[in-house]
Design a protein around this ligand. Structure first.
Ligand SMILES: [Zn+2]
Length: 464
């Protein structure tokens, strides 16, 4: 009997928060209050915060966590399966992550509201993770909870994967979830991760909404350049020092950026945009067979559009010397590249070695990850996401696009034939700077639309 009471008590505890009907904004604000911060040095991570967030999610979305097949992976990540009625159809996957980046020390006071207070004010939810990516987790769970309450039953299996370390490579979260999926024999028709959004009033489409479904992402490569030479006393210096030769190599690299070029999916992005823009852009975008070189070189001149048309080069680290009167025997620098979808790391290394043209400089690199390819811009996944967007943002111009950052998506390369990146969040271009920056917030209206898009994607994706 006591056991029964306990169970009843537990059941009530689980049901009450849903019965109270907290709004998505209140739930997101609460989720922000758990400091699930990923630090590069894993020893600094407070895993109790992840446990507490997970307990909160379990209590807040009782239908999801009791009616679906829930597995915790690597202790803090989630793999959640919602079986479909037709087992012959391959499942679809929706992913997001629960960890956030730290607030840069010294910038805490620049926030309108403390970054982890979870403040709801002025029609907005403020805090670290409100855009990246707790709104992704919350909106998918809100949508699933809502559909379960309605008695919705998918025809095609729906799977959710919520990693806990996306901001520091995702190896323990998405990486281990992917291994578990392989062991389970899961193969997805398509998947949707974070990384696409609805831009309001963007420079390419002033006054309108631009829904960007990212069908590809840029590659990531860091090269380490090392110069070695004779050291010694600074009173009798060599003709060329290690610092001098390395600086010379870096100056050549910076002076020789990769040539701009117009490739997929950016070509289709511009062609899709063409009917909605003014002249002369309309003509230029409609005739890329003739104008692509001109469009690429124009886009390369703007900071905002440059990454879409070239493999970018960023000099990020330089280390040499220990004392002002000692010639260093070794100087080392790091250069970070973001690759266009068709450029390979081998291409970049060969090009950089040719530019440096100095046998005394050694070029090395870490092992690179598998890269997602370009997803089908007409396939059923793209159609489902587009229809979901249309149902919530009837006036939005929907385009396939290229994500400039990287996400957890690469961990699922072998598992999903087509990988898309999109959350139905609407924002102005300026607001994107708050992601990993200061004053991150989501408007309540935008969060509600994100939930509506998530629900439409689940409903439409699960139906066929
Ligand atoms: Zn993220």
């Amino acid at each position: 009997m006591i056991k029964l009471y306990n169970r009843l008590g537990l059941a009530l505890l689980l049901v009450i928060p849903a019965a109270w009907g907290n709004t998505p904004a209140e739930n997101l604000a609460e989720a922000v209050r758990f400091k699930t911060i990923s630090f590069q040095d894993r020893a600094q991570i407070d895993y109790q915060q992840f446990d507490a967030l997970n307990s909160f999610l379990t209590e807040t979305y009782p239908r999801v966590f009791s009616q679906l097949q829930v597995e915790s992976v690597s202790e803090y990540s989630w793999l959640i399966r919602w079986p479909g009625t037709d087992e012959t159809l391959s499942p679809i996957l929706f992913t997001a992550h629960t960890d956030v980046v730290p607030v840069e020390p010294g910038t805490e006071g620049d926030w309108s509201h403390p970054a982890f207070a979870g403040i709801v004010a002025d029609g907005r939810v403020y805090g670290r993770g409100t855009l990246d990516d707790k709104q992704g987790v919350i909106s998918l769970l809100e949508a699933a909870e809502q559909l379960l309450a309605e008695g919705y039953q998918p025809t095609r299996e729906i799977v959710f994967a919520f990693g806990h370390d996306e901001e520091i490579s995702g190896l323990q979260g998405a990486g281990v979830i992917a291994q578990r999926m392989k062991a389970l024999g899961l193969e997805f028709d398509w998947m949707v991760d974070e990384g696409g959004l609805v831009l309001l009033d963007s420079p390419v489409l002033p006054g309108k909404s631009l829904a960007m479904i990212n069908v590809a992402e840029k590659g990531y490569l860091t090269l380490t350049l090392t110069a070695q030479g004779a050291g010694g006393h600074s009173s009798s210096p060599p003709r060329v020092s290690t610092i001098g030769s390395l600086s010379n190599a870096l100056a050549k690299i910076e002076a020789n950026p990769f040539a701009p070029k117009l490739e997929e999916p950016v070509r289709t992005f511009l062609e899709t945009l063409a009917p909605h823009v003014d002249q002369p852009n309309q003509f230029l975008f409609n005739n890329l067979w003739l104008t692509d070189w001109l469009v690429a070189s124009q886009m390369a001149k703007e900071t905002l559009t440059q990454p879409m048309v070239r493999t970018t080069t960023a000099l990020t680290m330089f280390n040499a010397g220990v004392k002002e009167n000692v010639i260093p025997q070794r100087a080392e620098a790091k250069v970070n590249f973001r690759l266009l979808p068709n450029d390979t790391p081998e291409d970049v290394i060969a090009a950089i070695e040719a530019i440096i043209d100095d046998p005394s400089i050694t070029v090395s690199h870490d092992r690179w990850n598998q890269r997602p390819g370009i997803a089908d811009m007409q396939g059923s996944g793209f159609e489902v996401i587009s229809a979901a967007i249309q149902s919530v943002y009837p006036d939005a111009v929907i385009v396939p696009s290229l994500l400039q950052a990287t996400t957890d998506t690469r961990h699922y390369v072998d598992l999903a034939r087509n990988q898309y990146r999109f959350h139905g969040t609407q924002m102005k271009p300026e607001q994107t700077a708050s992601i990993h920056g200061t004053d991150e917030y989501i408007s309540i209206a935008s969060l509600e639309k994100t939930v509506a898009v998530a629900a439409a994607m689940l409903r439409l994706g699960g139906a066929r």
